[in-house]
Design a protein around this ligand. Sequence first.
Ligand code: ZN
Length: 133
Amino acid sequence: MEKIEHIGIAVKDLEKSNALFAALFGKPHYKIEEVESEGVKTSFFDIGPNKIELLEATKPESAIAKFIDKKGEGIHHIAFAVNDINTEITRLKNEGFIVLNETPKLGADNKLVAFLHPKSTNGVLIELCQERE
Ligand code: ZN
Protein backbone atom coordinates (compact mmCIF):
# COMPACT_ATOMS: atom_id res chain seq x y z
CA MET A 1 0.00 0.00 0.00
CA GLU A 2 1.08 3.53 -0.68
CA LYS A 3 0.01 6.68 1.16
CA ILE A 4 -3.32 7.50 2.75
CA GLU A 5 -5.22 8.78 -0.28
CA HIS A 6 -8.16 10.21 1.62
CA ILE A 7 -10.28 9.99 4.73
CA GLY A 8 -14.02 9.66 4.19
CA ILE A 9 -16.39 11.46 6.54
CA ALA A 10 -20.13 10.71 6.59
CA VAL A 11 -22.26 13.86 6.83
CA LYS A 12 -25.99 14.53 6.92
CA ASP A 13 -25.96 17.75 4.93
CA LEU A 14 -23.23 18.12 2.32
CA GLU A 15 -23.86 21.79 1.69
CA LYS A 16 -23.56 22.72 5.35
CA SER A 17 -20.54 20.47 5.82
CA ASN A 18 -18.81 21.94 2.76
CA ALA A 19 -19.09 25.35 4.40
CA LEU A 20 -17.91 23.97 7.75
CA PHE A 21 -14.86 22.21 6.34
CA ALA A 22 -14.02 25.14 4.06
CA ALA A 23 -13.90 27.30 7.19
CA LEU A 24 -11.78 24.67 8.96
CA PHE A 25 -9.27 24.23 6.13
CA GLY A 26 -9.28 27.83 4.91
CA LYS A 27 -10.12 26.73 1.38
CA PRO A 28 -13.15 25.40 -0.44
CA HIS A 29 -13.78 21.90 -1.80
CA TYR A 30 -12.45 21.41 -5.32
CA LYS A 31 -15.16 19.13 -6.61
CA ILE A 32 -18.52 17.55 -5.99
CA GLU A 33 -19.37 14.21 -7.49
CA GLU A 34 -22.37 11.94 -7.26
CA VAL A 35 -21.82 8.18 -7.34
CA GLU A 36 -25.28 7.06 -8.39
CA SER A 37 -24.62 3.33 -7.90
CA GLU A 38 -23.55 3.86 -4.28
CA GLY A 39 -26.30 6.34 -3.46
CA VAL A 40 -23.84 9.01 -2.37
CA LYS A 41 -22.89 12.55 -3.17
CA THR A 42 -19.29 13.40 -2.33
CA SER A 43 -17.12 16.46 -2.12
CA PHE A 44 -13.34 16.57 -1.99
CA PHE A 45 -10.85 18.85 -0.25
CA ASP A 46 -7.13 18.84 -0.97
CA ILE A 47 -5.04 18.81 2.19
CA GLY A 48 -1.37 18.54 1.28
CA PRO A 49 -0.69 15.02 -0.02
CA ASN A 50 -4.05 13.72 1.20
CA LYS A 51 -7.70 14.48 0.63
CA ILE A 52 -10.81 14.64 2.72
CA GLU A 53 -13.95 13.17 1.17
CA LEU A 54 -17.33 14.18 2.58
CA LEU A 55 -20.15 11.74 1.84
CA GLU A 56 -23.87 12.44 1.96
CA ALA A 57 -26.50 9.76 1.29
CA THR A 58 -28.78 10.37 -1.68
CA LYS A 59 -31.16 7.52 -0.80
CA PRO A 60 -32.22 5.81 2.43
CA GLU A 61 -30.73 2.42 1.49
CA SER A 62 -27.29 3.94 0.89
CA ALA A 63 -24.46 2.62 3.09
CA ILE A 64 -23.88 6.19 4.28
CA ALA A 65 -27.50 6.56 5.43
CA LYS A 66 -27.23 3.28 7.34
CA PHE A 67 -23.91 4.31 8.88
CA ILE A 68 -25.31 7.64 10.10
CA ASP A 69 -28.43 5.92 11.49
CA LYS A 70 -26.25 3.58 13.50
CA LYS A 71 -23.28 5.72 14.48
CA GLY A 72 -24.07 9.32 13.60
CA GLU A 73 -21.86 11.57 11.52
CA GLY A 74 -18.12 11.02 11.62
CA ILE A 75 -15.17 9.20 10.10
CA HIS A 76 -16.51 6.52 7.79
CA HIS A 77 -13.43 5.07 6.09
CA ILE A 78 -9.72 5.48 5.43
CA ALA A 79 -8.61 5.05 1.84
CA PHE A 80 -5.15 3.89 0.81
CA ALA A 81 -3.68 4.34 -2.64
CA VAL A 82 -2.47 1.13 -4.27
CA ASN A 83 -0.64 0.66 -7.54
CA ASP A 84 -2.31 -2.59 -8.52
CA ILE A 85 -5.64 -3.13 -6.84
CA ASN A 86 -6.14 -6.73 -8.04
CA THR A 87 -2.76 -7.85 -6.71
CA GLU A 88 -3.48 -6.09 -3.42
CA ILE A 89 -6.93 -7.74 -3.10
CA THR A 90 -5.36 -11.17 -3.60
CA ARG A 91 -2.59 -10.41 -1.10
CA LEU A 92 -5.03 -9.19 1.56
CA LYS A 93 -7.38 -12.13 1.06
CA ASN A 94 -4.43 -14.45 1.57
CA GLU A 95 -3.64 -12.56 4.78
CA GLY A 96 -7.15 -13.35 6.01
CA PHE A 97 -8.83 -9.97 5.49
CA ILE A 98 -12.44 -9.93 4.35
CA VAL A 99 -12.71 -8.16 1.01
CA LEU A 100 -16.23 -6.80 0.49
CA ASN A 101 -15.97 -6.60 -3.29
CA GLU A 102 -13.37 -8.83 -4.90
CA THR A 103 -13.99 -7.20 -8.24
CA PRO A 104 -12.92 -3.55 -7.98
CA LYS A 105 -15.69 -1.09 -8.71
CA LEU A 106 -15.76 2.43 -10.04
CA GLY A 107 -15.67 4.92 -7.18
CA ALA A 108 -15.59 8.69 -6.95
CA ASP A 109 -12.65 10.70 -8.25
CA ASN A 110 -11.96 8.38 -11.20
CA LYS A 111 -10.73 5.52 -9.01
CA LEU A 112 -11.11 1.77 -8.94
CA VAL A 113 -12.02 0.87 -5.39
CA ALA A 114 -12.46 -2.12 -3.10
CA PHE A 115 -13.37 -2.25 0.58
CA LEU A 116 -12.26 -4.43 3.48
CA HIS A 117 -14.88 -5.43 6.03
CA PRO A 118 -14.36 -3.53 9.30
CA LYS A 119 -14.74 -6.72 11.31
CA SER A 120 -11.43 -7.89 9.84
CA THR A 121 -9.68 -4.54 10.43
CA ASN A 122 -10.37 -3.59 14.06
CA GLY A 123 -13.58 -1.79 13.21
CA VAL A 124 -12.14 0.49 10.53
CA LEU A 125 -13.61 0.39 7.04
CA ILE A 126 -10.61 0.38 4.69
CA GLU A 127 -10.84 1.44 1.06
CA LEU A 128 -8.20 0.52 -1.49
CA CYS A 129 -8.08 2.83 -4.45
CA GLN A 130 -6.20 2.81 -7.68
CA GLU A 131 -6.07 5.72 -10.09
CA ARG A 132 -7.74 4.82 -13.40
CA GLU A 133 -5.62 5.35 -16.49
ZN1 ZN B 1 -13.51 7.06 -0.19
